[in-house]
Design a protein around this ligand. Sequence first.
Ligand code: HEC
Ligand code: HEC
Ligand code: HEC
Ligand code: HEC
Length: 410
Amino acid sequence: MKRIIFSLLVVLAGINVAIAADADAGKNKAALCAACHGANGISASDAYPNLAGQHADYIIKQLKTFKNGTDRSDPVMAPMAAGLSEADMADIAAYYSSLPRTPTADAGSASAGGQAAPAAVAKYEPSAIAGKSLYELGDASRAIGACIGCHGKDGASEVLIYPNLAKQHPAYIEKQLHNFKANKNRTNFAMNEFAKHLTDEEIQDLGAYFADTAAVANVKVRKIMTVAITEEVKAGEAKAATCVACHGQGGNATVTLYPKLAGQSAEYIVKQLTEFKNGTRKDPVMSGMAAPLSEQDMVELGAYFAAQKATAGNGKGSDAGRKIYFGGKTTLVNQSITACVACHGGTGKGMAKAGFPSLANQSVEYITSQLNKFKSGDRANDKNSMMRKITVALSDQDIDDLAQYIASLK
Ligand code: HEC
Ligand code: HEC
Ligand code: HEC
Ligand code: HEC
């Protein structure tokens, strides 16, 4: 097993230092950096990343990493960082994070399809729209989490250790994704896992997207409900009569042992019914219920429940649960828990098109039972063992905390 280093301690140390940071002093200390990263933290060359507007915590973490050479190695930055004290790093980070990130000089050409190809060889034309789709939806079939879960809407991340990606040089983004993919020069559990499955073309699409996320800000990657689905919803309502006994009126189960289906994604419901029927997901009650359903029945039931509004869950909330949900966890035994937010989203609504279920409004009891079932392998219908790999490293206490937190999400 790979050694996983994603230490929250490093980050916390960064935050402590950042409080005492002095951006004016940082400006002076950054004089040397301007040669490559530009006078205002916007670099003129594709080879150097923009630093303006980046989170200070993230900058500090990278400088420390370059300095100690553990998770990131770069022949240029290692000697640059070697001479910096913690106070220098904090000041410089405060300075760069205070600067606005204006569009990069090459942003326009990249989002319009990359630089002109000088060679006769046909060059791949990157698509910012394809990049945006992958960014927002991920790809469940290849265990690629949706990037938006960590890096935020349009590449502006809300979590300080997750870098902002908007208005970054495409060539730099591509180089980093290749580094993560090859697990060479740069180590980060989540990023190495996701990048592993990205194709060269997808990496270029992502680069084009980040160069100027605003250019495709209005492109909706999610399908909008159509009239046809409304008819399915009606048909589904009639067929859902037998489900009420356990899943409640409108899919709002009142007995906490039974999952709520209201507001759950239609794709996910169809997948579960199909798998209860064919035995991939085992439950004596549900396999009996699913056995007589046709594919069309399942689609209609999915459409009906997806369109219902869920009532609030019974969770009390939990700070410890929230931490794991947003930050994942590194255990002492070489195992890492990917942050739940990556796939289930910031408010627990999941990502329908990627096959990630909504967890919001669900009951503590049901969430607990499913986490335990994934952990023991009793439930094994998650593609690529996505949930089994994560739950195996969760303690009983972690599961209690997560269930209390998740069931408090609305
Ligand atoms: C000679 C050119 C050069 C100079 C001078 C330089 N850098 Fe860099 N910097 C780079 C390159 C190249 C990279 C990308 C390394 C990689 O590919 O991993 C980089 C990356 C970084 C990153 C990581 C950015 C990210 O988005 O992950 C930070 C932070 C950084 N530099 C800060 C500094 C600071 C602070 C200074 C001044 C003390 C400095 N650099 C001076 C070339 C330079
Ligand atoms: C679970 C959270 C998470 C998800 C999901 C995620 N990332 Fe990241 N990403 C990170 C973290 C954390 C880092 C910083 C790693 C480090 O400290 O070196 C990072 C770094 C990066 C970087 C390097 C940025 C820089 O300035 O050097 C790029 C590019 C990137 N991610 C792209 C993506 C793409 C594309 C996806 C979707 C396929 C994605 N990320 C999904 C957490 C995530
Ligand atoms: C007698 C009680 C009962 C009835 C009636 C019932 N279910 Fe269920 N259902 C359950 C139980 C129990 C589970 C949880 C199984 C587990 O623990 O894996 C479940 C789970 C599900 C799930 C998976 C939910 C999730 O979040 O993963 C779906 C979808 C579902 N039922 C749909 C239906 C539909 C549609 C009907 C009506 C045709 C129906 N059920 C009727 C008891 C019932
Ligand atoms: C890489 C993506 C990914 C990550 C990260 C992830 N999940 Fe999941 N999760 C899934 C998928 C996919 C399913 C549905 C599996 C299936 O098709 O039955 C799922 C299902 C679940 C379910 C069952 C939902 C239901 O209605 O039965 C729970 C509970 C859950 N996840 C909790 C978590 C928690 C807690 C974390 C973080 C510790 C987490 N997940 C992290 C992808 C992910």
